[in-house]
Design a binder for this molecule. Structure first.
Ligand SMILES: Nc1ncnc2c1ncn2[C@@H]1O[C@H](COP(=O)(O)OP(=O)(O)O)[C@@H](O)[C@H]1O
Ligand SMILES: [Mg+2]
Ligand SMILES: [Zn+2]
Length: 500
């Protein structure tokens, strides 16, 4: 046999498209040519593969070797192809029966001594291999991660020699068992019990959690906005296994870790660039909005963000994904995040404060708020003021009532969310105008209230739907089948002082 084909995969965003490694060993001056990889990657891979083969007790064939990586136009990160290239060379030179490679896929970087080194994004590879009904061989350090894909068949090997002994049936490896799904307790997340007073803001946060709504806190410094925002993740329903896998795949390609099943909480600094926020780069990387997929994206000091940076958020807020175009190629990353933002009402932070210490002119205040575009604010469901607390509320005393814990709030959130799932199979925040027609039916009194509100407040169509979505969640929190006047009144109260 002088020809062999090995199946592997490359990374393209969260996808893992198939790459065929074709090796042809022919007569001629001994050489090794790799087609389909950038020059530097080829050089490095060639050296690693040659050493690894020799140091694993095989012979490096004295032939003219041509390695073709197809399709040629797919970008390939070189190192993970070491293992399939090495196996292809062994098969094409008669040291390994090519039949033994059937039904398998392989990824792995080789060290010079033949050890297998970890690769990034193995979860996406495992999912794709499973869909293709292939068994997958990976470096043993990646095996547990890959085995997260239910029913996948994963073999982890320490080195090239061990894998060859497995393929030849001499010393078979055992398939990696699926790791147990550890139940993630929210106990280590910050708890609402630490937040004193601020009942309206706590209530708004609970509504946001129950319906998956985005929320904006507005208030002077030191009133607990950051404190509240950091407590949202702890009162959200647990992720489903499928959602956990999606999040794990994102962290896997990004070389970051997050406990399996935990919702992410991302808080990029206001100096973050647009690329850092939405993703980008020549090898497209996931941005903060993708790292916050199924979790929370917290933008503190919202007006301090560059306006251009904020504008790039509008599209993903609507479509729940982000498309990154690089040269001739497009990569789509998921970005279904819950936005939590916080801001001061003016540059000094005290506009509207009863102390009267704000000396900002109306002009200055307008310019400050003007940094946020209407269309962005219009996409945030709940706007809530977080005023300065009376000192008495902040003082710890035996008489002060203990604030509710996150566990108590979570129970109500779960009950409300379950009604949404039963009714429409997703959270209220994702209701389309058509969806609202069926699940947010208004009676006579309710319709009249909305008409009046629309005339008085001049609600845009988007704002109108926002009010209905939030009202639907408020109704769910009180287990009401229909939206009633009090639900609408409360919902209308979560509009901003910006009058949008
Ligand atoms: N409502 C509150 N309950 C308990 N502590 C608070 C509250 N508001 C503020 N604090 C205290 O003040 C600090 C600053 O709060 P923070 O949430 O960062 O304010 P903000 O983000 O509104 O400027 C917190 O670390 C906390 O110790
Ligand atoms: Mg803050
Ligand atoms: Zn001011």
């Amino acid at each position: 046999m002088t020809f062999a084909t090995v199946i592997t995969r490359t990374a393209l965003g969260l996808a893992a498209p198939e790459v065929l490694v074709e090796v042809h060993a022919s007569q001629g001056l001994p050489s090794m040519t790799i087609v389909g990889l950038p020059d530097t990657a080829v050089r490095e891979s060639r050296d690693r593969v040659r050493s690894a083969i020799i140091n694993s007790g095989f012979t490096f064939p004295n032939r003219r070797l041509t390695v073709n990586l197809a399709p040629a136009d797919l970008p390939k990160d070189g190192a993970r192809l070491d293992l399939p290239i090495a196996l292809g060379i062994l098969a094409a030179s008669g040291q390994l029966d090519p039949e033994t490679l059937n039904g398998y896929e392989f990824v792995g970087e080789l060290a010079l001594n033949g050890e297998l080194r970890a690769v990034q994004g193995v979860l996406s590879v495992a999912r794709a291999a499973f869909n293709a009904r292939h068994r997958l061989c990976v470096p043993s350090v990646n095996a547990e991660e890959a085995a997260r894909i239910p029913q996948s068949v994963i073999f982890g090997a320490e080195n090239l020699k061990q894998l060859c002994l497995h393929l030849q049936g001499i010393t078979p490896l055992l398939p990696m068992p699926e790791p147990p799904v550890t139940v993630i307790e929210n106990v280590h997340l910050p708890d609402l019990v630490d937040v004193r007073g601020q009942h309206r803001a706590r209530r708004a946060l609970e509504i946001a959690a129950a319906g998956g709504h985005s929320i904006l806190f507005i208030g002077p410094p030191g009133t607990g906005k950051t404190l509240l925002a950091s407590r949202l993740a702890g009162i959200l329903p647990p992720l489903t296994e499928e959602e956990s896998l999606e999040v794990a795949s994102i962290y896997s390609i990004s070389n970051l870790t997050l406990p399996f099943g935990q919702r992410s909480f991302r808080a990029p600094h206001h100096t973050a660039s647009a690329a850092a926020l939405v993703g980008g780069g020549s090898q497209p990387r996931a941005g903060e909005i993708t790292l916050a997929h199924h979790g929370v994206l917290f933008l503190d000091e919202l007006p301090e963000f560059d306006r251009k940076v904020l504008e790039v958020l509008r599209q993903p807020l609507e479509s729940h994904e982000v498309v990154i175009s690089r040269a001739a190629r497009q990569v789509t990353f998921p970005a279904r995040f819950q936005l939590v933002a916080a801001m001061n009402p003016c540059p000094c932070g005290y506009a509207g404060d009863s102390s009267g210490r704000c000396k900002c002119s109306p002009d200055v205040i307008n310019r400050y708020r003007g940094r946020l575009s209407g269309p962005l604010l219009d996409r945030i469901d709940l706007h809530i003021e977080v005023p300065a607390l009376p000192v008495s509320d902040l003082q710890l005393s035996d008489k002060a009532p203990v604030a509710e814990s996150s566990a108590t709030v979570l129970k109500r959130v779960l009950a409300a969310r379950e009604q949404q799932i039963t009714r429409q199979n997703h959270a209220n925040a994702a209701l389309t105008p058509q969806g609202l027609n069926t699940v947010a039916h208004l009676g006579d009194a309710e319709q009249k209230l909305m008409q009046t509100a629309q005339q008085r407040l001049g609600l845009s169509a988007r704002a109108y739907h926002r009010v209905l979505r939030v009202a639907r969640t408020i109704a769910d929190l009180s287990s009401a089948e229909h939206i009633l006047v009090p639900h609408l009144t409360e919902s209308l109260g979560y509009r901003s002082t910006f009058n949008i």
